[in-house]
Structures are given as structure tokens and as C-alpha cells.
Design a protein around this ligand. Sequence first.
Ligand code: SF4
Ligand code: SF4
Length: 176
Amino acid sequence: MFKFLKVLVKNILQGPATEAFPLQPAKTPDRFRGRVTLNPDLCVGCGICSHVCSGDAIRIIPNEEKTGYHYTVWYNSCCLCGSCTYYCPTKAITMTNNWHNSHKQDDKFKMAEHHFIPYLKCDGCGAPIRLLPPHLATRIYAHSPVDIEKIIRLCPSCRQIATAERQGELNESNPE
Ligand code: SF4
Ligand code: SF4
């Protein structure tokens, strides 16, 4: 009896071992895979996330005027696999610790994140482009003598030409 009372008092003093949810917010670990979210500034519209999406939850549709694209992630189709975040080359899409995905049937079409992402014009040829995120450009062109500020504003073809031209200039000024 004394042993039992000792355990009882110890447990009362320690307090509850379980979370107080729903009376308080639930804690989630740092690497928890909750709702995905997009940073439109980093998205280049490559479509890799949509291609690898196992839940078919991502839609990327150009607008009629071809001035940009609509990007939608449907939370109620997402199975939280994390493939989009893994394969996105710019890290534009990430997972949050928001696990609040339950909803009424009437609200199913509200369970989505929508963005309209506009195209810019390539400084070289005027083709519609998305800005190459500087952190990605710095890695891609780490060993190329290009101006990162200029290269990120070019389409892939103009980037190739600019890189070759810059290399040619350097070769001419430093013949071996
Ligand atoms: S979120 Fe990432 S993978 Fe998806 S289109 Fe944008 S840049 Fe590409
Ligand atoms: S976590 Fe998986 S299912 Fe959800 S949007 Fe990303 S790829 Fe699709």
C-alpha cells in the first residue's frame, strides 16, 4: 500500500505525460510532414513537383495570355509523401508542420493553396522566363566566369550563349 501511494504521489507531482491537445496546441517534431506550401518567388515552373506527385495534388496551368501560370496544391489529395520537396530544384516547395487537413465536405474546394506566377522576359531574346533563383545560379555557375546578376535574367539558351561568350573573352585575353 505504501509503495502504491508513493507511485501515486510521484505521478501527481509529475503531471500528465500525454499532450493536453485539444485544450492546447499539439507539438510536432521539426521534421514532421504536414501541408506543403509554395514560395512563388523561387518557383521556376519546371513541373518536376507535379511530375513526381504521387497524389496528383499539384496542378500547373499556363494562363490563356501565356503571361504566367496558375499553381495549385490540393491538400485533400496530398498524401504527404514529400517527393515534391525532395525533387524541387529550387526548394520552392516545402512541408510545414500544419496537419489540420480535416474539413467538411462542403469545404473541399477550399482545401488548396493557389498562386498565379507571372513570367518575366529574358533580357537576351525576350522569351518568357522565370528568374533563376540566385542561390541555385550560384551553385550551377560556381566554376563559370559569368555575372550571376545577369545570368539569372536570361532564358536557358541565352545563358548558354552568354557563358560561351564570356569564356571566349577570357580565352582571348589570356592565351596560353
Ligand atoms: S515548385 Fe519546384 S519543382 Fe515545382 S514547378 Fe516550382 S520550381 Fe519546379
Ligand atoms: S507531398 Fe507528395 S502527394 Fe503531397 S503534393 Fe508533394 S508530391 Fe504530391
